[in-house]
Design a protein around this ligand. Structure first.
Ligand SMILES: *Cc1c(COP(=O)(O)O)cnc(C)c1O
Length: 345
């Protein structure tokens, strides 16, 4: 597959911004930094951050067993997803394919970048209908977005569906694994080098507990990473976020035990939700939330709000009529949720 043919022409031709910190090479000596018009007075943040976030990438590389030049970090997944549109999709010309019901950001970014979003709905079981997806492709289709485990449905996509799409589509296949740490299915990261068109997106916002620092991770071939690096804002991750992610990751054992705790809380919630009289169905979940079908989603959502419990009403999403999405909380929060649900008339 030729990635070069997929890149927008202006992006292929453009020269990247060369920041002050890109241009110098330290040679072991202590340097005087008089290159970037920073303030010389130390306060912890007076210097620009590392544009390549090398310290963070080193840790991610060890954690995920992938080479540093196959990692791109962004200001949330939102930023790395937006960079994919900018690199590969010609406005008012190219198209992408998404599989609703899914994460709303793909469609927002398509609109923002003036790229047509071809929606191919999932099946009733929320699995990709691969024949319909392959039929929707034309020579202007640049990216297919797969979210697995999928938001808001919670299920993972069958391996053979993903393989079929990867093998039959010549553009970029983005696999959004925001919830992979809650799943017992293997990440596709181990197969990243088998498919030159595979891009995997993960995040520190969910299992890693760092939604507030805004850090998204994209993994791909060196070639795709080089293209995205060329167009990313030079200093896209601030110093505070880079330092905080390093200090929290050094406690990675506690991240594992918290994830395990949320998974057992989820198993318990499944059982208790089915005992609520207006709950008609729960959907299987490999994520940290449960999609629930109720008698009247708008009513139950409002009633819970009045009890001080905020969940997500997904009733207006395709195939999600009367569905609510509930995030797994702490044990005490989940007890309060169930008590609130039981008290509703
Ligand atoms: C939460 C979520 C993300 C993470 O977004 P960030 O910008 O990294 O916080 C990405 N994809 C999906 C499907 C999500 O649900």
């Amino acid at each position: 597959m030729e990635i070069n043919k997929l890149i927008r022409k202006n992006i292929a031709k453009m020269k990247p911004y060369s920041s002050a910190r890109d241009e110098f090479k330290a040679n072991g000596k202590t340097m005087l930094f008089l290159d970037a018009n920073e303030s010389p007075f130390e306060n912890g943040v007076n210097r620009y951050p590392d544009p390549q976030q090398k310290a963070v990438k080193r840790v991610v590389s060890q954690l995920k067993n992938i080479s540093e030049n196959q990692i791109l970090l962004g200001n949330g997944s939102d930023e790395v997803l937006d960079l994919l549109f900018r690199a590969f999709c010609e406005p008012n010309q190219d198209n992408i394919i998404t599989l609703p019901p899914t994460y709303g950001m793909y469609s927002v970014l398509a609109n923002l970048n003036a790229v047509d979003n071809r929606e191919v709905f999932l099946s009733e079981e929320f699995t990709p209908i691969t024949d319909s997806i392959l039929e929707a492709i034309d020579n202007k289709t640049k990216i297919i977005f797969l979210c697995s485990p999928n938001n808001p449905t919670g299920n993972s996509f069958p391996e053979e569906s993903v393989v079929k799409i990867l093998e039959n589509f010549k553009g970029i296949v983005v696999l959004d694994e925001a919830y992979i740490d809650f799943s017992d299915k293997e990440s596709w990261l181990n197969k990243i080098n088998d498919y030159p068109n595979l891009v995997i997106v993960q995040t520190f916002s969910k299992a890693y507990g760092m939604a507030g620092i805004r850090m998204g991770i994209l993994y791909a071939s060196k070639m795709i990473i080089a293209i995205l690096n060329k167009i990313k804002p030079p200093y896209n991750l601030n110093i505070l976020s880079q330092e905080k992610v390093l200090s929290i990751l050094s406690l990675s054992e506690s991240i594992k035990s918290k994830t395990g705790c949320l998974i057992s809380e989820k198993d318990m919630l499944f059982k208790q939700l089915l005992q609520i009289k207006f709950v008609q169905k729960t959907y299987p979940s490999d994520a940290n939330f449960i999609l629930v079908k109720v008698d009247n989603a708008n009513l139950r959502y409002q009633q819970l709000l009045e009890k001080g419990v905020v969940i997500r009403n997904r009733t207006n999403e395709p195939l999600c009529e009367n569905c609510l999405r509930i995030t797994i909380g702490t044990s005490q929060e989940n007890i309060k949720l169930i008590d609130a649900l039981k008290s509703l008339q």
